[in-house]
Design a protein around this ligand. Structure first.
Ligand SMILES: *Cc1c(COP(=O)(O)O)cnc(C)c1O
Length: 236
């Protein structure tokens, strides 16, 4: 089997899981966007998946994402792929990330807003941002704003020129059954939509728990392993 065949089979399987989960929840499968998380995998895989119709890709480390985005743009033409930045972001990297990222899903503190907005204005195109929520509290290494702080951070993002508030994002806490965490994220999303009705994105669910996330209203799932294969113990 060629790598293209393997990726095609994996993509079809993931699309099938998304469709089945959406139908089971009484939702239309087209309400759920798939972001292919290509971290640790080469630009060549992104190009193959793009040829199979997959447009949105996610990366969590700037130093890997920047050259990969450049290589993909070289191969496919610029603008063919939509990049989502998912990783912890330092203020001094914000401007460089905005050069290739269409969406930053990992906004978790107010100090990121001004540098992201400045970079978006500089490039002449607004940046879509999601507020990353820490549903766990016990693992600060993974980033995310505390649920209590999310509404004010969402207000600040929505009120910043150059940024478009897209919604919320979270990673399910490790070890626990994810349904309750995803339900909490959905409740936060509803609260934010009270003031910002356009901020409809709920980014939740990965290879292992996308069904539970879709059952709790996820509109975007971020899938790595189930599309590309395993990353090894250290790199995830
Ligand atoms: C790596 C990563 C994913 C994908 O995880 P898989 O389990 O490989 O599907 C999703 N979201 C974030 C933030 C990640 O860092």
């Amino acid at each position: 089997m060629t790598r293209a065949d393997e990726l095609a089979a994996n993509l079809a399987a993931v699309q099938g899981r998304i469709a089945a989960a959406a139908r089971a929840a009484g939702r239309d499968p087209s309400e759920v966007e798939l972001v292919a998380v290509s971290k640790t995998f080469p630009a060549a895989d992104v190009v193959l998946l793009r040829a199979l119709g997959q447009c949105a890709f996610g990366e969590n480390r700037h130093q890997d994402a920047e050259p990969k985005a450049a290589a993909v743009a070289e191969a496919t033409g610029s603008g063919e792929v939509c990049w989502h930045f998912l990783g912890q972001l330092q203020r001094n990297k914000a401007r460089a990330v905005v050069r290739y990222a269409d969406v930053v899903q990992s906004v978790d503190r107010a100090a990121l807003l001004a540098p992201l907005a400045r970079a978006a204005i500089e490039r002449g195109r607004p940046l879509r941002v999601l507020i990353q929520v820490d549903l766990d509290g016990s693992d600060p290494g993974r980033g995310g704003a505390l649920p209590l702080d999310v509404p004010s951070l969402a207000d600040a993002a929505a009120g910043t020129d150059g940024l478009v508030l897209g919604g919320v994002m979270a990673v399910a806490p490790r070890g626990a059954e994810p349904g309750a965490a995803f339900a909490q994220l959905r409740a936060l999303s509803e609260r934010i939509r009270g003031d910002h009705p356009e901020a409809r994105t709920i980014s939740a669910g990965m290879s292992q728990d996308l069904e539970q996330a879709i059952a709790e209203g996820a509109t975007l799932v971020r899938v790595g392993t189930a599309l590309f294969g395993g990353r090894g113990p250290k790199l995830g």
